[in-house]
Write a protein that binds this ligand. Structure first.
Ligand SMILES: Cc1cc2nc3c(=O)[nH]c(=O)nc-3n(C[C@H](O)[C@H](O)[C@H](O)COP(=O)(O)OP(=O)(O)OC[C@H]3O[C@@H](n4cnc5c(N)ncnc54)[C@H](O)[C@@H]3O)c2cc1C
Length: 456
């Protein structure tokens, strides 16, 4: 066996960082090169978690400590499959772990989703979280908007749309986001879910805090509180389900608060069509549903039309494949057996390729879930190493990798570069009495975080 193992981890979101940590802390002598296509690390913590969730964004602090380890080298601004092929990487690494997460929005197949004024949740998240791959201006010239989907991303969208720009100014939002939010005319946000209180995917904390702003009132119609036998069982068996039901019941029963912005949560309403006029959204049509006894719902044939001028679909994210890596287009994951990548034609394990995080198991679950997930994958990888199932790569030093990028003339960003970008964002925030102000544009980020020498 070689004296040290060289492993590439692709994707510097929480899954990739936890996986890197486990690798370098194992009893095997391992060096990790952590590839990231954005100029900055941290995946959806930087470009997904809402800016008014500083506690969650703060997870970055513990990930920072992981990346300070010299056995981990961050190679940012490099999209694997585009700037370096998997075949080329096999020359440098004994194994590759894919943790490429998800950024695209899942589609919602109802008529009218192509009208002007319909948006994917991920597009709006990309805008307010300052992701340079998304547009920089957002028209909020609507008084009433619909959010389709009853998960935490739907709550994020609704909350950001309903809060005032000044409430969000204390966060890291960039100036252009503040300006768009400040011009917003939105008064009502209507969230729609086709099933009932015991079936929604909200987590209790996120649902409860929806109401913390004095500018926001959350309203639930008491008629939308209903349970069948399966719902009651779910409440008994899962504490979080029961807590969510209780919070929704609380919203349905309390006295009006008369806050200027309202968030309505409509349950048992299945969106069937986005209504348009002159190519623009003018409404949403839903069908009333009812529980079928098993926790599912059936349509009642009773339709409602809602006066809304924008529709956001928050029905889930969709991972995308990496070139030359097996991909299951139906499940939108890298096919795998407990983290070992499987050939997408014959289902056999592909030697030396592993996967973890959202790209391994689909885009569900919180940041904490990616930790246990990484443990399963890395345990398997280490077992394979001990069983001598990994083929040692022919070129085994960081200099080999550095030489490749020097030759390809593609600018890379580094961990030292992230520190410079981090300092610049903090300084920009401090000048306005905030902790951080995000730098958005790709070139502006590169100005601080690269291009630098890979061996710095
Ligand atoms: C809008 C939103 C809000 C959320 N809010 C919360 C929250 O408040 N609390 C919570 O616990 N969880 C939250 N989550 C869930 C959390 O973000 C995920 O559980 C977690 O980010 C998944 O981690 P991951 O590393 O698998 O994927 P990601 O975080 O997506 O990281 C994947 C990384 O891989 C990179 N990458 C992709 N392709 C390539 C390539 N070809 N080459 C190189 N790099 C590549 C990406 O740029 C990205 O940095 C939220 C998710 C979303 C979508």
């Amino acid at each position: 066996m070689s004296s040290h193992v060289r492993i590439a981890v692709v994707g510097a979101g929480p899954a990739g960082i936890y996986a890197s940590d486990l690798l370098v802390k194992s009893d095997v002598n391992i060096e990790v090169d952590l590839y990231e296509k954005m100029p900055a690390p941290f995946g959806l913590i930087r470009y997904g978690v809402a800016p008014d969730h500083p506690r969650i964004k703060g997870i970055v602090r513990s990930l920072h400590r992981v990346l300070e380890n010299e056995k981990i080298e961050l190679i940012g601004n490099v999209e694997v499959g585009k700037h370096i092929t998997v075949e080329k990487m096999r020359e440098f690494y004994d194994a590759i772990v894919f943790s490429t997460g998800a950024t695209a929005d899942r589609d919602l197949d109802i008529p009218g989703m192509d009208l002007e004024g319909t948006h994917g949740a991920g597009e709006f998240v990309g805008f307010y979280d300052g992701n340079p791959n998304f547009r920089r201006d957002w028209d909020l010239d609507a008084e009433k908007v619909a959010v389709i989907g009853v998960g935490n991303v739907g709550l994020d969208i609704a909350r950001i749309l309903a809060k005032t720009a000044d409430e969000l100014h204390v966060t890291e939002i960039p100036d252009n986001v503040y300006e768009s939010l400040n011009a917003s005319r939105i008064k009502e946000v209507h969230i729609f879910g086709r099933r009932g209180p015991a079936q929604v995917k909200f987590t209790p904390q996120e649902l409860k805090e929806l109401d913390y702003s004095e500018n926001i009132e959350v309203i639930v119609d008491p008629e939308d509180i209903d349970y069948d036998a399966a719902s009651e069982t779910a409440r008994r068996e899962k504490k979080a389900v029961d807590q969510v039901c209780q919070i929704l019941e609380g919203y349905a029963m309390r006295e009006p608060k008369n806050a200027p912005h309202k968030i309505y949560i409509h349950l048992f309403h299945s969106p069937v069509e986005v209504l348009g006029s002159d190519g623009r959204v003018v409404g949403l049509k839903t069908e009333r549903t009812e529980l079928d006894g098993n926790g599912g719902v059936t349509g009642t044939g009773e339709f409602h039309t809602w006066d809304v001028q924008q529709v956001y679909r928050a029905v889930g994210y969709r991972p995308e494949g990496v070139r030359d890596v097996p991909f299951d287009h139906h499940a939108s994951v890298i096919p795998n057996d407990g983290g070992h990548v499987l050939n997408d034609v014959n289902g056999t394990p592909v030697p030396g390729l592993y996967t973890t995080g959202w790209i391994k198991r689909g885009p569900v679950g919180l940041i904490g879930n990616t930790k246990s997930d990484a443990k399963d994958t890395i345990t398997m990888l280490l077992d394979d190493y001990r069983a001598q199932k990994l083929t040692p790569a022919p070129k085994r030093t960081r200099k080999d990798v550095a030489a490749f990028f020097e030759e390809s003339d593609h600018p890379i960003t580094t961990w030292a570069g992230w520190h410079r970008l981090d300092d610049a964002e903090r300084a920009a925030g401090e000048a306005e009495g905030r902790e951080r102000k995000k730098i958005v544009e790709w070139d502006d980020m590169l100005k601080y975080s690269g291009p630098q020498d890979i061996t710095e």
